[in-house]
Write a protein that binds this ligand. Structure first.
Ligand code: NAD
Length: 387
């Protein structure tokens, strides 16, 4: 097996993700070369890395000596050919299939025969990127979470033609970088961005129906569910443009499965440029003098909201397992380490009782006559105790 551990790592794209991944690789001792086609972005990335590392030294998480060496290990370049000696190149440029395909074709021409090529794409198929390469067996997905230096999860996604040995190599490498890797089939949204959809989608539906307002739904999920952030606070933080696009992409890639249907309310926020925190307004207002509306702390209503959303999440987890998107253990890890859920969804199913989860879904399905609430075959099998 080829050893990447001591070797040079290339990163394409010096934005939030690329720069974060570069920091992680440099912290693990690699020489890192960061390429971007925009020199202003490179300048900004270099400054951001320095500022981030300085903060770590101020907090005594890194000595001045270590910080100096870490920064020296990261080189920024606008010249793609500088990446030629790398053993692994991780691409984190703009989320556009044609542009990524073009870059991968160029990378193949300049890198060594043994260099692995990875994409950090959130929503594109790894196979569709690998498909344009001469040697698609060395292409895979390495999906980090934002901010990459802090979030432990990395989804490793083999494309249809990826060689299994490279998956194992990347798994070991990610572990050596202090990350928690999970293996995931090349399917829309991978693990986290697929299973987490109802956290936003079902909350938006409850909101649109007028069952509860945003602060009340957020309160229910935090207070009764133990989530760190409510769905509306979280969508405001992620940005409605990004969150809406992920939902729409997953929905389209699943051939318009009603489970993933986007929300018109959220679309209107995007159109109004009410993108959340970054634009100063989303479901909440972020001006310093604005006051958040108070939630209606009705425990009965809160429990209904929590049960409805968590049962939809559990159903997604069962369905992902049923369709062999990932192993059960990896699904639990992904949701707790990638989006900080207070517990794994299978554990939650056991605590609530799979019978109760199934009943909730059947009731919603009968009431709304919508396939959106269709229980996973695996959930039904679990309740009926059949194989
Ligand atoms: N932001 C997130 O939360 C997040 C999380 C996981 C994965 N991702 C994925 O990571 C990738 C990058 O996301 P980001 O948030 O860092 O984006 P970003 O906009 O912050 O950075 C993208 C960078 O790529 C550069 N770039 C664009 N086209 C290029 C090209 N053709 N060649 C070289 N450089 C080019 C841009 O100049 C920019 O600096 C995307 O595929 C995204 O889906 C994002």
């Amino acid at each position: 097996m080829m050893i990447i551990k001591e070797q040079r790592i290339g990163v394409c794209g010096s934005g939030a993700m690329g720069n974060g991944i570069a920091q992680v690789a440099a912290a693990a001792g690699h020489q890192v070369i960061v390429y971007d086609n925009n020199t202003a972005a490179l300048e900004k990335a270099k400054k951001n890395l320095e500022a981030g590392i300085n903060k770590l030294t101020e907090k005594n998480k890194l000595s001045l000596e270590e910080a100096k060496h870490l920064l020296e290990r990261v080189q920024y370049t606008a010249e793609l050919s500088t990446l030629s000696p790398c053993a692994l190149i991780i691409e984190a440029i703009i989320e556009n299939l044609e542009i990524k395909q073009h870059l991968f074709r160029e990378l193949e021409q300049l890198c060594t025969d043994t260099c692995l090529l990875a994409s950090n794409t959130s929503s594109l198929s790894i196979t569709s990127i690998a498909g344009v390469c001469k040697n698609s067996s060395r292409v895979l997905g390495l999906h980090f979470f934002n901010p990459a230096p802090l979030m432990p999860l990395v989804e490793i996604i083999p494309g249809v033609a990826t060689h299994p040995e490279y998956i194992e190599m990347c798994k070991q490498l990610m572990e050596s970088w202090g990350k928690t890797p999970v293996i995931c089939k090349d399917t829309p949204g991978f693990i986290v961005n697929r299973i987490a959809r109802p956290y936003y989608g079902e909350a938006l539906k409850i909101f649109e129906e007028g069952i509860a307002d945003a602060p009340t739904i957020d309160w229910a999920m935090k207070e009764l569910g133990g989530f760190k952030m409510g769905p509306f606070e979280l969508m405001d933080l992620i940005g409605h443009d990004i969150n809406y696009t992920v939902t729409e992409t997953v929905w389209k890639q699943f051939y318009f499965d009603p489970r993933y249907k986007p929300s018109i309310t959220q679309k209107r926020l995007v159109e109004a440029n009410f993108l959340g925190r970054k634009s100063g307004q989303g479901f909440y207002q972020y001006a310093s003098d604005s006051v958040s509306p108070a939630p209606k702390k009705d425990v009965h209503l809160g429990e209904q909201i929590f049960l409805r959303i968590v049962c939809m999440l559990i159903n997604e987890a069962y369905d992902a397992l049923y369709l062999k998107v990932a192993e059960k253990r990896d699904i639990e890890t992904a949701m707790t380490k990638g989006v900080n859920y207070p517990k794994g969804l299978f554990q939650w199913a056991q605590e609530i009782g799979p019978e109760k989860v199934l009943l909730q879904l059947e009731e919603l399905r009968a009431w709304y006559t919508e396939e959106r609430y269709k229980p996973s075959v695996l959930l039904k099998k679990t309740v009926l105790k059949v194989n």
